[in-house]
Design a protein around this ligand. Sequence first.
Ligand SMILES: [Zn+2]
Length: 104
Amino acid sequence: VPPFKKLFDQAKDAAHEATRNAERIKREIFDLDKRKAEKQAELENASAAIERADSFVPDIGGNLQCPNCWVLHGFHSDVQPIPSANHVDWFRCKRCNYEFGFEP
Ligand SMILES: [Zn+2]
């Protein structure tokens, strides 16, 4: 058996192993790119929410508005009065259930 044959065979095996590694790494990079795109979209949503806070209007046509729905999601959502056990007026957002009370 010529000594080179064994070495060439081993080189081929090493190349196969490297090929498998390369395929795995490509899949990992693909997944990371996907996760990065998702995080980028989340960041854009968060940045838009920060900007919306400046344009929050607490009363539209006499209806109190939910700040969470506007800032976080860009929705106008009315808050409704809910029963109160004392002199504090309570309200709840029908969309996100945010509650708040204030003394009249
Ligand atoms: Zn809400």
